[in-house]
Design a protein around this ligand. Sequence first.
Ligand SMILES: Cc1cc2nc3c(=O)[nH]c(=O)nc-3n(C[C@H](O)[C@H](O)[C@H](O)COP(=O)(O)OP(=O)(O)OC[C@H]3O[C@@H](n4cnc5c(N)ncnc54)[C@H](O)[C@@H]3O)c2cc1C
Ligand code: SF4
Ligand code: SF4
Length: 942
Amino acid sequence: MFHETNDRISGLMQALVVAGFRGEIERNSALRAAMSTDNSVYQIFPDLVVAPRDAADVVCLQAVLDRPEFAGTSLTARGGGTGTNGQSLNRGVILDFRRHMNRLLDVNVEQQWAEVEPGIVLDDLNEKLLPHGLFFAPETSTSTRCTVGGMVSTDASGKGSRVYGKTSDNIVGIEIARGQGLVASFEPTPDWAKPMLAAAEKAARTGRDAFIANTPRLNRRFTGYDLERACPETGGFEWWRLFLGAEGTLGPMTRIRVHLRRIETEKRLIVAGFDSFRDALSAAMPLMEDEPTAVEVMDERVQQLAQEAGILARLPEALRPKGEGRVAYVFVEFNGDDAALLDRRVLQCREHLARLPGIGAVYVAGDKTEIRDLWAIRSAGVGLLGKVDGLARPVAFVEDCVVPPENLTPFVDEFLAVLTANGLGFGMYGHVDVGCLHIRPALDIDRQADRDKLAGISRSVFDLTRKYGGIFWGEHGKGVRGAFLAEWIGADAYKALQGVKAAFDPGERYNPGKLVVNGGEIMGIATTNFRPFNAQEGDALERAFRCNGNAQCLSYQAATPMCPSFKASADVRHSPKGRADALRAWKAARDRGAPDQVMEDDLMGVLDTCLGCKACASTCPVQVDVPHMRAAFYADYFSRHARPLADRLTLLAERFAPLTAKMTPFIRPFWPLARKVAATVMQAVDLPETLARPQPGRDRIALDALGRPLPEGTVLLWQDWFTALFDEALQRDALAGFRALGYRPLLVEMLPAGKAALNLGDLAGFREQGARLADALQRASASGVPMIGLDPAFVMMLKQDYPKYGFAVGQILSPQEFLSREISGGKSLPKAAAGVSAKLLNHCTEATARPGSGSEWKAVFKAIGVALEAPATGCCGMAGLFGHQERHQAVSRKLFDLSWRRHMDDEKPVIATGFSCRCQSERLAGRDIQHPLGLVAAVLRR
Ligand SMILES: Cc1cc2nc3c(=O)[nH]c(=O)nc-3n(C[C@H](O)[C@H](O)[C@H](O)COP(=O)(O)OP(=O)(O)OC[C@H]3O[C@@H](n4cnc5c(N)ncnc54)[C@H](O)[C@@H]3O)c2cc1C
Ligand code: SF4
Ligand code: SF4
């Protein structure tokens, strides 16, 4: 495998610009790092990344690549990058479809099809189809981030595939791009494309019989160069079927026509507990008689991880394990429009279950929300398995074998014997109705011994699938495992596949080295470059190495918190995954000596767009905490380079905030001028207009008074420098709110928490400020008086970051955490007038780190007689200073529009916990939003 020379890539970039390519053309090292990994153990750095705006751009790109000077430059399409086996990884040019080519182009309700660009995300498509009562049926666990282009190319499938089929069973046609133009299977073929299709047809017909002889007749049939279906018995040549499952090796698709199904109105889900996984597995075949839509299993190991993660709490009590006991689960789903029929099937299935060995409790759900929540337990399986600590972690390489369901039990027995012989741990779940099980053994890929195991186990499991009449690649595509294809399909059929490849890709340009080669080198399981797996113990960038590329942080959904900078850009380098990849690459270069300035500038660029919201620290399955790692990088970088003036000013402002607070009465008149100067130096906009006036002395407590006895009912209110200096409304509201609830609140003299210092990597400054605040908190906590932190970002910093630096802070709670505990402890609160309702917009950092915080506020408001709604939202786009910085205006405003703006016109009171969120709502929507405690005070005053 060779990489392009700098000159060639520069030449290609220039040629693309001249040819009129309108999308981005980039060799940014952080972007290339982000594109160098997927969910596999491999890493290949591309030379160039291009993001086409539309199909015309893809044609333009290929016309340039057709020039003799670019012969041999490879082109690999990429969708969501969620492949488990290196599917989208390659050298040369990566074609990023996810960024712009993600539109729904047309829907034909009558004929039940839709046309999409390949980069559309599965859930996004189905959300857009909802108003039509239609959906695209293939389902994947990665539905929030995988694209239809990637699904078609890997022939993805999941729950329900026994009834709905795989992706290839739900496609009507495709459009492909070449340098000469576009070819769509549902439009007349242009003359230039006819010889190409004729050559492919000739090869396909020649190898069809050998292909059929060597592919088992399974529901999860073999696809990718499907010679059988391309040449149907009924005649004709359906060339486009060859592309389904071909993993981009036959070239890029630019338009896909998908078949749609009507959304069924009724659903039932049975969850059954079994004594052992073997019993659960054996249940699959008998239950098939009841005509379910899906039957899935989850083993005791996944159950244990789910229990440790608190997820099993969503299960009805009877289904949960008792004490140390372990349970394996079977999930059986029934879908349809006839409620009575479904109920009969459910009854019949329950009778069947009652007769099966090892059966325990059985639960039936009929409510769609409950069913979704129950499925979420099963879907959490992959993430949970990836969460394992230690050097050896579950990796994908034999994770989706399929055998005829009747052979599943002996196949699994032998499979597990292979793993046991290698001394490996594992967890299992999967789709037993189609004989597909997901098993990810734990390996330390940095160790040669474990790489050898990976190769050895792959070979043994490949042989086992053949022995039991199955397929090695039953769900997730082939990727570098395609190296087994020639052996599996046999010489004659493989020759025909080579003919098809030669017809569509004579220069071996498309995703070279995968599935089928014509003289080129095939990428192998053990010979493809492995990605670094573990950092040195104690390394601050350790979490970057744990990122396994599952891409949960690349969700398109606006109303989820992770990751705002990716949602605003659809550019993977601006995501936790992208940043983790770039940090790992930088670390490798740093360890070899000094990384070059371009690389550090590129890394700076992607770290600067991080809002520091910490959603990744809580929501990523392996807690890839980007702000923590950014602080470590900045600390290293600024030990070698001067800090920008704006950063120095911010650090000074934080350090001297207590002095500013003391001098407020004198500074206030000059604040408008100081604000203008600060805005110019810091290149900031919309800085707070006034300094907060100090609250009356009786409402405050000095630091040196902490620890002294205080009257019954006192609560100490702590705040960080920003809210102390600028959020007078919060101080008033918090005092009034607690007072209205019967407490004696006191605002503690402010000490900065060192948030700015930590964000900017001034670790010495942070340690100094952190030590001072932690000492004050501990002194205060010794008196036993409840301590409440007012701003969520401040409280979460004390809870999440302080322990990482060894600071103990006593028990500091957020207001709702304290009040809901009081209510649970029997405290009764005063009641508001009847009929009040409100909407709460939660702070994203708190919502992700403490998912129960919305419910706690609901409990508090319920106790005072107010009905509270707490819709899911993403980040508001402010995040401390981020939204004030000129360079971030576009992103900040876009994020607000994505999920906050829609709540601004609500007639009922809207309340928000975060200072940043309230500022953002005011400056971008002109809506003056209160802190929840302000509403508490207001409704109790009425
Ligand atoms: C945690 C986890 C769970 C998963 N669960 C499932 C599951 O339930 N079911 C399942 O089937 N898979 C699953 N997968 C695998 C993966 O999500 C699917 O294969 C998915 O369809 C890949 O889509 P993508 O957009 O990420 O494609 P990518 O990974 O970006 O690309 C996949 C292949 O498609 C090619 N490609 C992409 N776009 C085009 C195009 N426009 N033209 C030509 N070729 C193109 C690429 O070159 C590559 O070879 C899982 C993966 C992970 C990480
Ligand atoms: S950062 Fe976390 S969520 Fe994102 S790809 Fe890595 S492990 Fe997955
Ligand atoms: S802190 Fe927020 S913006 Fe930054 S990487 Fe994590 S999720 Fe994305």
